[in-house]
Structures are given as structure tokens and as C-alpha cells.
Write a protein that binds this ligand. Structure first.
Ligand SMILES: [Zn+2]
Length: 254
């Protein structure tokens, strides 16, 4: 049986009860990403956060039946210090096949530091042919996306990239490119109905689905709720399968 894939979560911020609910609701696989929601004193603190996801939180979620895949990287909110140890570790995790993507990375405020660290991680991804999960921010989404696109164009093969948290305001800047696009159904970000409106207009081929459950208001069941809603509305089964798991399987080769 092919279960659903939630393509972007933060297992380190969530409870065992969430993992159990997700598994019982038909989610088989989750991709958990790096992001530390508090200031970081130095790179050892960040490294500890990323290793905790790899060695501890992924196992907490696995205990409830979920197949946990891991994406690690330096989130744009976590860039206020030197990063060399982390870049070395990213190479190690890729070589040991411990991560399926670098993520989440991207830009938030577009500071020089954010841009330099984003570029470096894209270089590593392009060199090692590793997938990248690119975050787009809640604020100034369009302006930041335009900067992100500019940097992606010069630094990485677009087939390696998923641009996440896309919405109706920015989709026209992305739909004709080779990027894979992430739909995040989350309170304060996007309702199920908005996700469906995007699918109605642009089709199912380019999209991955996720909850982005994190320290922010989140719904661990937003992927099954969206999939069930499409089923209830009699959307084509094959199309629903693309969104529920097939696109993610093909993209990540999992
Ligand atoms: Zn996230």
C-alpha cells in the first residue's frame, strides 16, 4: 500500500501524540527539516540541533510507524555566526546517505549573511547532486522569491530544487520553471480550499504537499485532510496520488 508523504515537517518541535495521529491517519513517510526557533550562540549549538534531529527526533517519530526521511541545512533564521563546521557536516551526511536533501534553506530578510550561506549550500547541493528544500518567508514573499530565483538561477540545476510554501500570490513566477513546488497547508499560511484552487488552476504534476508542523500553529493532519477532501470531491484518483505520494517519491527517489 502506498501511504501519504508529508514532505516538510519539524519533528523536533512536535509530540509523540502527533506522530501517532499522523501514522493512524494514513501518513507513511515524513521529511523532517532543520530549523532552530531560538537564537543560536555559535555553530556548536546549531550542530547539536541538527544532530538531535538526525539521531533522536527521527527515532521518536519512527517509533509510531512513520518512515522518517531527513533534510538538514542552515535555515535563514539561523545564520548569525560562522558556519564552516556545518558545511563539512553537510558533506558528511550526504556521503553517508543520512539525509535526502539539504533543507530547509533560503532567504528571510535577504541579509548579506543569509545570501552567502544560501549560496554555499546551493553549491554543495549542485556539486553532490543533492535535492534542496527552499523556504520562502511569510513576509515580503514576492520580493524575497524574486531574489531567491536570481540566486538559484546562477548556482544550481533547477531540477534539484523544491520551492516551498508557495501560494497564489507567487505561483505565477514559478509555474513555467523546472522547480518542484511545495504546498504547505497550515493555519496562518494556507487553507485546504486555497491549495485546491491552485491545483485546479495549475494541475497536480509539479506539487508536493506538506503540513510544516513546527513551533508555529500547525495541523499534523493537514496532508490527510487535503487528500481526503480531494477524494470526497471526486478528483481523479491518479491526480490525487501524484500529490499524496507519487510526486515526492519520484522527486526524492524514495
Ligand atoms: Zn519548515
Amino acid at each position: 500500500m502506498n501511504g501519504m508523504i508529508d514532505t516538510h515537517i519539524h519533528a523536533d518541535s512536535r509530540s509523540s501524540e502527533d506522530f501517532e495521529k499522523m501514522y493512524l491517519s494514513g501518513i507513511d513517510t515524513v521529511i523532517t527539516c532543520g530549523f532552530y526557533p531560538y537564537k543560536i550562540a555559535n555553530e556548536i549549538v546549531l550542530l547539536n540541533h541538527l544532530n538531535k534531529i538526525l539521531e533522536y527526533d527521527s527515532k521518536r517519530a519512527q517509533k509510531y510507524g512513520l518512515d522518517v526521511k531527513i533534510a538538514l541545512g542552515i535555515h535563514p533564521a539561523n545564520v548569525d555566526f560562522t558556519q564552516d563546521i556545518i558545511f563539512d557536516e553537510i558533506y558528511n551526511w550526504i556521503n553517508k546517505k543520512e539525509i535526502i536533501a539539504i533543507g530547509e534553506v533560503g532567504l528571510d530578510k535577504c541579509s548579506e549573511k543569509e545570501i552567502a550561506i544560501f549560496k554555499k549550500q546551493l553549491e554543495i547541493a549542485d556539486e553532490t547532486k543533492t535535492k534542496v528544500i527552499v523556504h520562502t518567508p511569510r513576509k515580503n514573499k514576492k520580493e524575497v522569491l524574486i531574489k531567491i530565483k536570481e540566486i538559484l538561477k546562477d548556482n544550481i540545476d533547477s531540477k534539484l530544487v523544491v520551492i516551498d510554501h508557495v501560494n497564489q500570490n507567487i505561483i505565477k513566477y514559478l509555474i513555467n520553471e523546472d522547480y518542484t513546488l511545495g504546498l504547505t497547508v497550515q493555519p496562518e499560511k494556507m487553507e485546504v480550499s486555497e491549495a485546491i484552487a491552485i491545483l485546479d488552476e495549475y494541475g497536480f504534476d509539479k506539487f508536493l504537499l506538506n503540513s510544516d508542523i513546527s513551533n508555529m500553529p500547525s495541523d499534523p493532519l493537514s496532508v490527510p485532510k487535503t487528500v481526503r477532501c480531494l477524494e470526497r470531491l471526486n478528483y481523479n484518483k491518479k491526480e490525487i496520488e501524484k500529490l499524496a505520494f507519487k510526486n515526492a517519491k519520484d522527486f526524492y527517489k524514495i
